[in-house]
Design a protein around this ligand. Structure first.
Ligand SMILES: C[S@@+](CC[C@H](N)C(=O)[O-])C[C@H]1O[C@@H](n2cnc3c(N)ncnc32)[C@H](O)[C@@H]1O
Length: 367
């Protein structure tokens, strides 16, 4: 067992089983042994590769999107340029470089990074420069005023609760200990169905009755709370948000909790702290939270369509021009990985949210 596994097992032995959400929060965020606190997750030598690490074009196109959104906002003199979960700071660095085309954007933008890992904050500072940003533990301390917010593979790291339909009714999936003292899943019966919208096939039936046995329903109260806070700010002071992640247009049933270590799927309970843990993002729940807070969510776009609308083909051609054949091939392969439906183009989706009056590039015809 990992040191964090032992710590969690002791906690459970003392206080009883914990929810999947609490387990995820500890596995990723334990101050001493949490995955993002201790481990270098990115790149070939790490556990996974994210879009900004695949190609500089990803962050550059988001930079051009941000500039266009800024123009549509009337080029305010001060803008909070926010990134949630910036990883190595690569996306923000590429975004800011592309935004040089509009000096007024750079003059207005104050960069705010929401990052829970002190280790990754140091990496971000090394990428962007010490005075280049202000760091925040949560969205609660972000400044008020017009904002542009970007989040790539952030919401999938936020904890989910899992509910399971059993013969006896709904139960919450818990993490406890088996007879040998290892971490193991179990169930805690609920008095009624989970208090969240049930998937489409449930409609018109008594809540929960249409779900087959062992069906899993995931909800992420942490994600909807973050979205509600940001959407309220966008609605009040203007601005836009882009959330890019792998996920689905829920509600839908299914267990999407997954662990990845060394680019391979792993058992989510086997090595807490040493494997990344994620769950697919329920974009419909995020959109509902944004709307309830007074902002306007747009219909989801696949990452491939989004990048195509922002001109990825032309940008790639410009980047490849005059380069040697190996570099041109590498650029083409990276672009293909970002946009191809069989790679990231369809699985990854983009949700845009803004205050109601704003026309957004790539999402609104009049932008
Ligand atoms: C999968 S990485 C994505 C990094 C980056 N956006 C990219 O695309 O390369 C998730 C990022 O979110 C941060 N993170 C995870 N949970 C967080 C939380 N609850 N609050 C703030 N940051 C968090 C991690 O430390 C990391 O920087």
């Amino acid at each position: 067992m990992t040191p964090l596994g032992e710590k969690i097992a002791l906690l459970i032995a003392g206080n009883g089983p914990i929810t999947v959400a609490d387990y995820m929060a500890l596995a990723l965020g334990d101050p001493e042994h949490g995955y993002y606190m201790a481990r270098e997750p990115f790149g070939r030598a790490g556990d996974f590769v994210t879009a900004p690490e695949i190609s500089q074009i990803f962050g550059e196109l988001i930079g051009l999107w941000a500039v266009a959104a800024f123009e549509a906002m009337g080029a305010p003199p001060r803008l909070a340029l926010v990134e949630l979960g910036p990883g190595r700071g690569t996306l923000m660095a590429d975004l800011l470089r592309a935004a040089r085309v509009r000096p007024a954007f750079l003059a207005a933008a104050e960069v705010h990074l929401v990052e829970s890992s002190p280790r990754l904050r140091d990496v971000q500072m090394a990428t962007l420069g010490a005075g280049a940003a202000t760091w925040h533990d949560t969205v609660a301390t972000l400044p008020t005023g017009p904002s542009i917010v970007v989040a790539n593979e952030f919401f999938d790291a936020l904890p989910v609760r899992q509910y399971v339909r059993t013969e006896a009714g709904w139960a919450e999936r818990m993490v406890g200990l088996d007879e040998t003292g290892n971490l193991a899943f179990g169930l805690r019966p609920l008095a009624g169905p989970p208090s969240s919208p049930l998937p489409a096939q449930e409609k018109g039936r008594p809540a929960g009755s249409g779900a087959g046995q062992d069906t899993v329903l995931e909800v992420s109260p942490a994600s909807t709370a973050v979205m509600a806070t940001l959407a309220e700010r966008l609605a009040a002071a203007g601005g836009a948000l882009l959330a890019i992640d792998y996920g689905y247009e829920g509600p839908a049933f299914g267990d999407t909790l997954q662990a990845v270590a060394g680019h391979r799927y792993a058992d989510p309970l086997a090595e807490p702290g040493a494997a990344d843990l994620t769950a697919h993002v329920d974009f419909a729940a995020l959109a509902r939270a944004a709307e309830a807070a007074g902002a306007r969510p747009r219909p989801l776009l696949g990452q491939g369509d989004f990048l195509a609308r922002l001109g990825i083909a032309a940008r790639a051609a410009r980047l490849a021009a005059g380069k040697d054949a190996a570099t041109q091939d590498a650029i083409a392969a990276a672009v293909n990985r970002l946009v191809a439906p069989a790679a990231m183009g369809r699985l990854f989706k983009v949700l845009a949210v803004s205050h109601s009056g704003l026309a957004l590039p790539a999402f609104d015809d009049d932008a």
